[in-house]
Design a binder for this molecule. Structure first.
Ligand code: GTP
Ligand code: MG
Length: 273
């Protein structure tokens, strides 16, 4: 009894983490953070001068997390200011604009700059990276497609999200997954838990199974809004079914997750005309 109580108390302890944002100028780093923290979008471009700093509190499972966010300027000009802020980060939000190929191609050089500034003591392996393919609200100007971005991210063991700071799409999910992975990292003694690639399943599959386990209802499980159409439910179902089909997915728990998704879809379709 006492041990359980102690454990629960420990879990309630708050964590302090540091995250940074990286990516070319004007890709939307500040707007993504603003959308999450302030729930708003500013269309006018105001370049970040050096660094912007903010702090936010988030609840991850039963723990409170105090997140220090360092929003970096993308302009080359601010390199000198940026370089001191790479150290001691637990998480990195890498952003590119899906309408600007150069910003996608630049992701490698952002990683290289970070690695160089972290020096020999820093270990890039024990940091959670999430990639935001941003500005998906402008499909006509899109030049980097989802599979290209996802492959780049997931082959490195990074999360990948399609986002729009303008509409808010993908932002909540991105931060939720990001913070939950950082919590996993902290609980794992500061080491990134085994990446999906090396254990035969992708991070996305693992995250989806975790999300399905913790979903509050069938809508939530399929990731659609209450009141969604049959078509939307089927589309969401198909995406999850392909991802989690037991024939293709070897992640632990995929079979149960797959069954749960099938049941959720059946339950929802019963009540939609
Ligand atoms: N349509 C659209 N515009 C966006 C989106 N995100 C950002 N923008 C716009 O893109 C411009 C740049 O956004 P910022 O967030 O300031 O870009 P940044 O990456 O922080 O730029 P630096 O601070 O200079 O490195 C602004 O005009 C934003 O309004 C998005 O998802 N969709
Ligand atoms: Mg900015």
């Amino acid at each position: 009894m006492e041990t359980n109580l102690q454990k629960r108390r420990e879990n309630k302890k708050s964590m302090r983490v540091k995250v940074i944002s990286l990516g070319n100028a004007e890709v939307g780093k500040s707007c993504i953070i603003k959308r999450y923290c302030e729930k708003r979008f500013v269309p006018k471009y105001m370049a970040t001068i050096g660094i912007d700093y903010g702090v936010t509190k988030v609840q991850v499972r039963d723990r409170e997390m105090k997140v220090n966010i360092f929003d970096m300027a993308g302009h080359q000009f601010f390199y000198e200011v940026r370089n001191e802020f790479y150290k001691d980060s637990q998480g990195v939000i890498l952003v590119y604009d899906v309408g600007q190929k150069e910003s996608f191609d630049a992701l490698d050089s952002w990683l290289a700059e970070m690695k160089q500034e972290m020096g020999s003591h820093g270990n890039m392996e024990n940091i959670v990276f999430t990639v935001c393919a941003n500005k998906i609200d402008l499909p006509k100007r899109r030049v980097v497609d989802e599979s290209e971005g996802r492959l780049w991210a997931e082959s490195r063991g990074f999360h990948y999200f399609e986002t729009s700071a303008q509409s808010g799409e993908g932002i909540g999910e991105m931060f939720q997954t990001f913070f939950s992975s950082i919590a996993d990292l902290c609980e794992n003694g500061g080491r990134r838990p085994l990446s999906g690639v090396s254990v035969g399943f992708t991070r996305e599959q693992a995250d989806t199974i975790r999300r399905i386990r913790s979903s509050k209802d069938s809508w939530d499980m399929l990731g659609v809004k209450p009141g969604a159409t049959r078509e939307e439910v089927n589309k969401a179902y198909r995406k999850l079914a392909v991802l989690l089909h037991p024939d293709k997915c070897v992640a632990p728990g995929s079979e149960d997750a797959f069954k749960a998704v099938v049941n959720a879809r059946t339950a929802l379709l019963k009540n939609i005309k």
